[in-house]
Design a protein around this ligand. Structure first.
Ligand code: HEM
Length: 334
């Protein structure tokens, strides 16, 4: 029954489930000898506590929303409230997915790099749910949905972002990685324009309630700036600390531009408020503070490495090989 198919010795029931799945999804499973890629298992088919916890965290916002909906806690327009909530989680998860590579490298935690595919597919699932809820909000009137998406600029932007996510999700498999070779990496850099469109969609429908949209813009700016650093500077403490003011300035600049171009509000005064902490920290300042955290967390490790006569991992001076090779860091395998 399970010829050419590893079951990990989990007995008859496991064999049966594998056989059913293999029959149900023949193209995906019949080629290899690997067990079904359940998200809580690692590549070797072993249960991974890290993957199981991350999967549970991924599902938690949707589960919480479902419970709130069932207890009628979503207010007078539940479909719209759910649509907005899932939209928020889509952009948050997209940024978390993009943050895995820098965090894995800065914190020398290569294990988390293997979470990228799961997080990316989770983001896509949330984006599709967001679209489904939009369709529900429009009573599943497909012609109206299509014309709204075509005619309303912010919906068109969201739709293009969703299409981009779908392409990246579709091509995230090992098979596509093999098929596209070096072009795979270039294709998957599309995630940055997709995220920028997602943030733009967020701004466009936020009107004047921009707090989280500005924070998202700042964090996306940091993710892009980190990638633009020369490879040897990406783990350098000074370069990473300098990215913090750059991130804050980018977020404040986007916020200023938005207020100046899209509203009648006094953009200059809003920009100046970033320097006045009397009314609490503005989102641009929060973005700058947030991006200092990873290098600060990594600092003890870097200091220990220096004391031990080595250089900080990733710095230009010679030193021992980093804890994880750059190839592994760049490889988006699950
Ligand atoms: C076909 C694709 C999409 C459609 C039709 C769509 C539609 C909508 C609609 C109708 C809203 C609520 C507007 C309102 O409150 O008046 C919204 C909000 C939002 N959407 Fe989308 N969207 C799409 C794709 C996306 C994607 C791909 C992302 C993220 C990458 C996203 C992120 C958001 C966010 C963050 C909000 C704001 C939530 C809030 O303000 O609380 N959307 N979207």
């Amino acid at each position: 029954m399970t010829r050419g198919y590893r079951t990990g010795g989990r007995g008859e029931i496991g064999d049966m489930i594998q056989a059913i799945l293999r029959t149900a999804f023949p193209p995906a499973l019949s080629r290899g000898t690997r067990p079904f890629p359940w998200p809580w298992r690692d590549r070797a088919g072993r249960l991974s506590a890290l993957r199981a916890v991350v999967l549970a965290l991924l599902l938690a916002p949707a589960a919480w929303l479902l419970v709130t909906a069932l207890t009628e806690g979503l207010g007078p327009e539940p479909a719209k409230a759910a649509l907005r909530e899932i939209g928020l989680w889509t952009i948050r998860l997209l940024l978390v997915t993009l943050a895995v590579t820098p965090l894995g490298r800065i914190l020398a935690a290569p294990r988390i790099l293997a979470l990228r595919r799961m997080l990316g597919l989770g983001t896509l699932a949330y984006a599709l749910l967001h679209l489904l809820l939009y369709a529900a909000y429009q009573d599943f009137a497909l012609p109206r949905i299509a014309s709204e998406i075509a005619l309303r600029f912010y919906l068109t932007i969201g739709f293009v972002a969703l299409l981009g996510l779908a392409v990246l999700g579709w091509t995230s498999t090992d098979g596509w990685m093999r098929k596209l070779g070096r072009r795979w990496k270039r294709l998957h850099l599309l995630i940055f324009p997709v995220a920028a469109l997602g943030v733009f969609h967020f701004f466009l429908q936020s009107k004047s309630q921009l707090w989280e949209a500005v924070l998202a813009a700042g964090l996306l700016a940091w993710l892009i700036l980190w990638r633009l650093l020369p490879a040897e500077a990406r783990l350098h403490p000074v370069a990473l600390l300098l990215l913090a003011p750059a991130t804050g300035l980018a977020a404040a600049g986007v916020e200023y531009a938005w207020y100046a171009l899209a509203t009648n509000l006094p953009a200059g005064r809003i920009l100046a408020a970033n320097l006045d902490v009397a009314f609490g920290l503005r989102p641009a300042v929060w973005a700058a503070v947030a991006v200092v955290v990873p290098p600060l967390l990594a600092l003890p490790g870097w200091i220990r490495a220096r004391r031990a006569g080595r250089t900080a991992p990733g710095s230009a001076a010679p030193g021992p090989a980093p804890a994880h090779p750059p190839a592994a860091a760049g490889n988006p395998a699950r």
